[in-house]
Design a protein around this ligand. Structure first.
Ligand code: PMP
Length: 575
């Protein structure tokens, strides 16, 4: 079927002369702006420039997004959340009171609501029992006045994706625009349809900064489509639909790739772990497979359970009134702490679980092998998870580091220095903490800055994760031995000091110059504010340094261990 965009544009839109704002009218470089009735200065303490209207869809941000997404700038439209863009597409391509919009329930409710607001008829074509679109039925149900189809991929609230073949069938056979809403695509990026953009003139892909990019409060969404479609949509956008502070935040998020990657991995790992735990609970009927950051769970006492969780302050979404979702709760994957609170409250609700005495969650305790998963002890109770993420950017390095002191020895280390990676892994494994490091540094010069800044970041993250240090053991030591021996004493009391007695004989270990190891621990002790006394002896430098890192890990593990008190481990009353 040949898609004809022109025939899709209602007359009142094609004839429209767009509003010309002050900022879009003037081209060139002015220095005195008296054209937009703004206040000449921002209030003290406000972000610089907020007294000015933003340029229409600020250029720099669009350039950045275009590079990241590998989509031409002319094919990108930004909106105040994808919610705004959903509404905008309808206003742009549908005649009120005449045209129709197709949706595939159970799905994101905004599509139908905005259609009604715009006086458009909604044609629902329900998903099948596996939450898949039946393309034959969809195409059969479309009329010449059906202008848009909204495919949610992955789908909210079911969490699953559609097959590429199904979406292509719709694109090739529907004489209208197929809007593929990829709000959750960051959790399964390989399934994005963005690469199909140049093949299908009737494809619009929506993405958002609200989910994996952590900016739901900033309200930023994007539409990707052919230049022609975007041009029509741009005609009707509000002149300044994105605020300057929001744009700055979005730029920062795009720039924080390592944190984004770590977050996605942690959420996906936690989702699978949570799914495994919930699946075993007696009240659970089905946990549907999910490619998103939430789970759809069918339970036997949904309304009751929902109310019970809410009474305990745990808010999930009751989707049991949606077609095909009877008995279903939609549960967002939270932090390890939040997930555990959910499970604890669920346990408390379900006497069958409690009486069995071996809650599914407890039965699965100890299986938490990847970062950020829920660890529960024998009684199911837990204290707060101590974790921190830090990012340190200098002209020489860019380090993102996440530490979780309640971890299980998970390590994902990328510094570009293999031997150093191996040593940092020792800290995670032998310290029984999760450690993720993504460091890019000027290795073309030498490893110095990368090693130093990683140490500083590790120290900072440890300090942050420890918080007020109440209830910790504070000191630690260890004496692991092979042909080498190492002893590491530490005091997390707040004062920095390094005593180093490690007689290395060679000039370098792996690709790392030997003096950098002392430098690593000095930088760490300064940044973590801790005493470190490190001694080692042996014949093989590699063994000696490895023993030092292992002993350091053990010492840290002992020092950060909790002693089940709320006491400050100092007679000073503070550390
Ligand atoms: N699409 C889907 C499928 C969603 O679930 C949501 C938010 N719940 C949105 C779009 C809205 O995204 P935004 O915050 O960008 O408006």
């Amino acid at each position: 079927m040949r898609f004809d965009l022109q025939s899709m544009i209602p007359e009142h839109i094609s004839e429209l002369t767009p509003y010309s704002s002050a900022r879009s009218e003037f081209e060139g470089s002015g220095s005195v702006f008296l054209d937009a009735n703004e206040l000449p200065d921002a209030f003290p303490g406000m972000p610089p420039g907020v007294n000015r209207y933003p340029g229409k869809e600020p250029q720099e941000f669009r350039e950045k997004l275009s590079a990241v997404k590998e989509v031409e700038q002319d094919s990108i439209l930004l909106g105040n959340g994808s919610d705004e863009i959903i509404d905008l597409i309808m206003r742009c391509f549908c005649r009120p009171g005449k045209d129709q919009v197709m949706v595939f329930p159970p799905t994101f409710g905004i599509y139908a609501v905005r259609a009604r607001v715009n006086n458009l008829e909604v044609i629902p074509v329900n998903l099948d029992e596996k939450f898949q679109i039946n393309p034959d039925e969809a195409l059969k149900s479309a009329t010449p006045d059906t202008r848009l189809m909204f495919v949610c991929h992955p789908n909210n609230p079911t969490g699953n994706v559609q097959t590429k073949e199904t979406i292509i069938r719709l694109l090739e056979n529907f004489n209208g625009i197929v809007v593929v809403d990829e709000a959750y695509i960051d959790f399964c990026p390989e399934k994005s349809l963005l690469p199909l953009l140049s093949d299908y003139p009737n494809l619009v892909v929506l993405q958002t900064f609200s989910k994996a990019l952590g900016l739901a409060g900033a309200r930023i969404g994007a539409a990707y489509a052919s230049r022609e479609i975007i041009e029509v949509m741009r005609k009707i956008t509000f002149p300044y639909n994105l605020g300057t502070p929001a744009i700055r935040l979005a730029e920062k998020a795009l720039d924080s790739y390592a944190i984004y990657r770590m977050n996605v991995k942690r959420i996906v790992d936690s989702r699978e772990y949570l799914a495994g735990v919930i699946r075993e609970l007696p009240l659970t009927e089905t946990v549907y497979p999910s490619d998103a950051n939430f789970l759809l769970v069918k339970t036997r006492k949904t309304d009751d359970l929902y109310n019970h969780l809410a009474r305990n302050g745990i808010i999930v979404r009751n989707r049991s009134r949606e077609p095909g979702c009877s008995g279903c709760l939609r549960i967002t994957v939270g932090t390890a702490e939040e997930n555990r609170r959910l499970l604890d409250a669920w346990d408390a609700y379900d006497p069958a679980t409690r009486e069995k005495g071996d809650t599914a969650a407890t039965a699965l305790a100890g299986q938490a092998e990847t970062a950020g998963q829920i660890k529960r002890n024998d009684t199911g109770s837990q204290t707060e998870v101590r974790q921190a993420t830090v990012r340190r950017q200098t002209s020489e390095t860019d380090i993102t580091l996440r530490i979780n002191l309640e971890g299980s020895g998970y390590a994902d280390i990328r510094t570009g220095i293999p031997f150093f990676d191996h040593m940092l892994e020792q800290i995670a494994r032998h310290g029984m903490m999760d450690l993720e490091v993504d460091a890019s540094g000027d290795l073309e010069v030498d490893p110095h800055h990368t090693i130093e800044d990683t140490a500083i970041s590790l120290g900072r993250a440890l300090r942050e994760a420890l918080g007020d240090k109440k209830g910790i053991e504070r000191y630690g030591f260890e004496l692991p031995m092979d042909e080498s021996r190492a002893r590491v004493l530490t005091d997390l009391g707040g004062r920095s000091y390094l005593k180093w007695d490690v007689p290395l004989s060679g000039a370098q270990i792996g690709t790392v110059p030997a003096p950098l190891f002392k430098h690593f621990f000095r930088s760490f002790s300064e940044s973590a504010a801790c005493n470190l006394h490190i001694e080692a002896s042996g014949e093989d430098d590699h063994h000696m340094i490895e023993a030092v890192f292992k002993a350091f890990a053990r010492a840290l593990k002992m020092a950060v261990a909790r002693n089940n008190t709320d006491a400050m481990p100092s007679t000073k009353g503070m550390l």
